[in-house]
Design a protein around this ligand. Sequence first.
Ligand SMILES: [Fe+2]
Length: 265
Amino acid sequence: MMNEYNSGERDSVSRLPLSSKLSSRLQTITHIDTQAIRDCGYQIIRNFGTNVDELEQVFDHISRSQLYYSDRIGSICHQYSVELSSGNFSQQMRTGGFHTDFMFQEHPPEYIALLCLETDPKHPIYGRNQIISMSALLDRLNAGFGLSVEELLIRQLPYHFANGQHFSVPLLHKNNGHLQFKFHQYLVTNSMEESAVRDKEIDTYLAQLHAAMIDVSEDVCLDAGDLLVLSNHHALHRRSECSVSFDSETKIWRSRKMATIRFNL
Ligand SMILES: [Fe+2]
């Protein structure tokens, strides 16, 4: 059962040629360990650097130009900062919900590269990344609540949107025989309106999922220039609470700043 998503045919990727024109600093990224990412959910590459153009060049090369373009974001590389007030989940100070990026796409991107450009003012306590590996979550859901993979594949979670659209999506899916997550903790809702009758079974299921997720999630602290490569299929991720700080000398607010690229291999 657990081997289904561990039995990938692609063990590792090392695609930077010696003749690469990229700076020697980028030679630090010579090995995307897809097996480790599949097993643990992520890989950290320290001291990658903060050049966003180089980030895009490196991952364009590694992915053989399979970078993910988002119409919503309007670019391949998404740069964002935590803001005092924002409607965008990725820019808010509050803790994010565990999620899959672009979960409603038929084929969400396989991997996410997150580059820390500036740390949180209260780093390393605030502004962390938190990751849940599939194996850890499936083990905990089974041990704690008796939830089997087969059950997770069929139990629907409701997503309602303000425009009236409604989707029912299970936590787990099978894609070409491999399990993958599709989930967004802040978008999943038990009812369209708070006043509506809530489904107690779904409430219980959501509580079990959240309890297991917070129990097995791992914290990652990125310094400026550190790169986190995540599985978007075999892991869920979120951002911990963030802070902002007003610099009285420069008269500007300081906050965590990140760059993100999604890609397939
Ligand atoms: Fe995300």
